[in-house]
Write a protein that binds this ligand. Structure first.
Ligand code: ADP
Ligand code: ZN
Length: 738
């Protein structure tokens, strides 16, 4: 007998196992491991499921087993490598199988039997007949459509859906019935089908050649390309991918969602044409499906996309590239929670491929693995390609500005440089560090930000309770209006918004084009593109924006970058604050001087002497790394310890609290057993106490030894304490502790 193990398409802890089903004789040839099937389950007659294994016998009573109803989709299925990856991910990140399986599928595939990949058009059969056709006088809609078609007779075809929207379905149907219009279907094309391959003959520099050869010839399989902005990393990826394709292999190229701009992916399409599939969040479900199908069928061999592209159904994988590997978007912070680097590592090991990470400012964790352990092989690209120089970083002490009587947003130095840029008809970018915006108090006179008495992190201001809280230990402090450092009475909510900056700039620089790029002005990709286009064609011009302006763009006219509140992200109450700030400054500064001229980056800060700024100004990443690593060792934070967060939430506050106490007590017993390994253990309300009406608590743990072994036990404790109506997640080294 043929038995299939099936995972049911319901996300719940109770159903997080496989169920045995009998494969009916007529489906024996068709059902494979990885098939999508429909099965009866409990009261449901026909529910979606995944076949994860096929075997001869079931340990259960065969007479009680149910049969699979049918195959849900015979055009797609997962392969055995993907099933294996699902298994390993579940173990690694303590996830439910179904949640992981869903990552491998395009959004609508489970809901619909087939996804329409065609578009309906209509065209006018004969204009002379249409013009003469007499409609009844009161058939207003029909006469309108007749006029519309005649007025637009230069169009060869019309989208049926457009006409339906404008004149109503019945009107269009009447035209079809009367032989005035005919309908036909066209297969939807992927956006790039028509783009030509541009044969750019770029000769790699010696440094680039060495990096390519190291990746291809070394027996190691994970590499970090540490190269300054503009050092030619992308050119290295393109060559590695080209070489992989020549060997009959395929590639996945990951970039942070925010930098997945047309500028980036057209570079890949220009090189590989129709072999490229692009997956980004701007695609409609149908567009996503078309790309997914092209990948699954082997038509596309290079997948360019944000983190979820690591799950692309590509076969014969040769290389995975994670560009800007330090970017926080590579960590999934909602269910299923995973770390893209770790997933990529599992995937390349299963498929025997190579993994290349790239960054100008690697995460501390990654650089630690590249210099202190043997997990990653380090390859360096210390210089910019050609004549372009790295920009000069100029630190401006905002504290001094205030003492000199300048209490405005802009330092004198920044204003002078802006004038110079405008005079020379060049461009400038003003960057606003939005992270942590308004979420702390700062003295308006000396710039002091209150810190936790026991953690040495800045306190986060919770407006609702008018309290300051430590996001690490949970300690609370009264928000007072007197600065404890200088005695001045005026503690203010930190941060200025981009809108205000634009207003001030247009007051100072009348008649200069000032553009704004942030979440408010560019909700859609199109809006973003048109703002960037306008900027690239306007001289002089100033572009003001948040994180969006920091990445991926390459404007040759920009010779000045100003960072208004450079230290905002230092005060985010998070052990990664320093590395994030370092990387942000380097990234933003890298927008200046992409051409031959040396650019300038003005960094306005209240903490000029902080080591982050000192090393950033010297462009000394390694120096920064050594200093920061030392701090991590002293304070027992990752990579020296593993930070574990158990997030517990429920609509019923008592229930959440009960569970926290229960888990916490068991963890205390576990700590007794591993006294040496527990550096820290505490339970508290989450900094954000309630999200969508769920009350949130957290338990924080730091381990310095036997990490995997204890983690397993922690996960068991969490699983066993699972109660109805309580949601629990385990995260390791989380990005964000809110
Ligand atoms: P990164 O990804 O490190 O920022 P890029 O690969 O984008 O660097 O290279 C920066 C610029 O230099 C790009 O405009 C690119 O086309 C150009 N470039 C890179 N490598 C070479 C090369 N070997 N010869 C000429 N130009 C190059
Ligand atoms: Zn604290």
């Amino acid at each position: 007998m043929n038995i299939a193990e099936v995972v049911i398409d319901v996300s719940s802890n109770e159903l997080d196992k496989v169920f045995d089903y009998i494969i009916p004789a007529n489906l024996c040839d068709k059902i494979k491991v990885g098939s999508f099937v429909l099965v009866p389950f409990a009261a449901q007659k026909n529910i979606f499921g995944f076949v994860t294994d096929i075997k001869d016998n079931s340990e259960f009573d065969n007479s009680k087993l149910k049969q699979i109803n049918s195959i849900a989709r015979d055009d797609v299925n997962l392969n055995s490598n993907q099933i294996k990856l699902v298994d390993e991910m579940c173990k690694k990140f303590y996830l439910r199988k179904i949640d992981v399986l869903r990552l491998f599928l395009p959004p609508d595939i489970r809901k619909q039997k087939s996804v329409t990949t065609t578009i309906s058009y209509v065209k006018v059969i004969d204009y002379s007949i249409l013009e003469k056709f007499n409609f009844r006088k009161n058939a207003i809609k029909q006469i309108e459509l007749q006029n519309y078609l005649i007025e637009n007779s230069s169009e060869t075809k019309f989208l049926t859906s457009d006409l339906n929207n404008l004149f109503g379905n019945t009107t269009v149907k009447t035209f079809l019935k009367n032989g005035l219009l005919e309908e036909y279907l066209e297969k939807k094309q992927n956006t790039f089908a028509k783009m030509a391959i541009k044969n750019q003959n770029i000769l790699l520099t010696d440094n680039q050649k060495n990096v390519v050869e190291s990746v291809e010839n070394n027996k190691e399989n994970i590499f970090l390309v540490h190269g300054v902005t503009g050092s030619g990393k992308t050119e290295v990826y393109l060559t590695l991918i080209k070489n992989a394709l020549e060997k009959g292999k395929t590639a996945i190229m990951l970039v942070p969602e925010i930098s997945l701009t047309p500028q980036i992916y057209t570079r890949f399409v220009n090189r590989f044409g129709n072999l490229v599939a692009v997956l980004h969040s701007g695609l409609t479900p149908v567009e996503k499906y078309i790309e997914w199908e092209r990948i699954a069928k082997g038509e596309a061999k290079v997948v360019v996309g944000a983190r979820s592209a690591i799950f692309a159904p590509i076969n014969n994988l040769g290389i995975v590239v994670i560009d800007e590997e330090h970017d926080s978007s590579y960590i999934s912070e909602s269910n299923p929670r995973y770390n893209t680097y770790e997933v990529a590592k599992l995937r390349i090991n299963i498929e025997n491929a190579k993994l290349v990470l790239g960054s100008a400012t690697p995460s501390i964790d990654t650089f630690y693995k590249a210099t202190r352990t043997n997990e990653i092989k380090l390859l360096s690209m210390p210089n910019r390609v050609g004549k372009a120089n790295l920009p000069e970083l100029i630190l401006v002490d905002m504290h001094e500005e205030i003492l000199r009587g300048n209490t405005g947003i802009f330092s004198d130095r920044l204003l002078t440089e802006l004038e110079e840029t405008i005079k020379n008809k060049k461009q400038a970018i003003i960057f606003i560090n939005r992270r942590g915006f308004s979420s702390f108090l700062r003295c308006s006179k000396c710039g002091y930000i209150p810190k936790c008495t026991s953690c040495d992190v800045s306190l986060v201001y919770h407006k609702i309770d008018d309290e300051l809280k430590c996001h690490f230990c949970g300690k609370r402090f009264k928000a007072v209006n007197v600065c404890e450092k200088c005695g001045n009475i005026n503690m203010r909510n930190g941060g200025v918004g981009s809108q205000r900056i634009c207003e001030e700039l247009s007051n100072i620089f009348k008649n200069v084009k000032i553009l704004r790029l942030d979440n408010d002005t560019s909700k859609s990709k199109d809006a973003q593109i048109s703002i960037l286009n306008e900027f690239s064609q306007t001289y002089p011009a100033i572009l003001v924006g948040t994180q969006m302006v920091a990445k991926g763009h390459d404007f040759s006219g920009v010779n000045l970058v100003g960072i208004v509140d450079a230290d905002l992200s230092l005060h985010f109450g998070d052990y990664r604050s320093a590395e994030r700030t370092y990387s942000l400054i380097t990234q933003v500064a890298g927008r200046a001087g992409r051409s031959d001229e040396k650019g300038k980056c003005i960094v306005q800060t209240y903490s000029k002497n902080h080591f982050v700024f000192k090393f950033a100004a010297k462009n000394d990443y390694v120096g920064f790394f050594e200093k920061e690593l030392n701090l991590r060792e002293v304070t027992a934070f990752p990579p020296y310890t593993k930070l574990v967060r158990i997030l517990i939430s429920s609509f019923i506050e008592d229930l959440a609290r009960h569970t926290v106490v229960k888990v916490f007590n068991e963890l205390k017993i576990l700590r007794e057993q591993f006294k040496e390994a527990f550096v820290y253990l505490d339970a508290m309300k989450s900094p954000v106490k309630r999200i969508q009406n769920k009350f949130r608590y957290q338990i924080l743990i730091r381990l310095n030894k036997s990490k995997e072994e204890i983690l397993k036990q922690i996960s068991d404790i969490v699983l066993q304490s699972n109660t109805k109506n309580v949601i629990m997640f385990i995260e390791t080294d989380p990005q964000n502790l809110s």
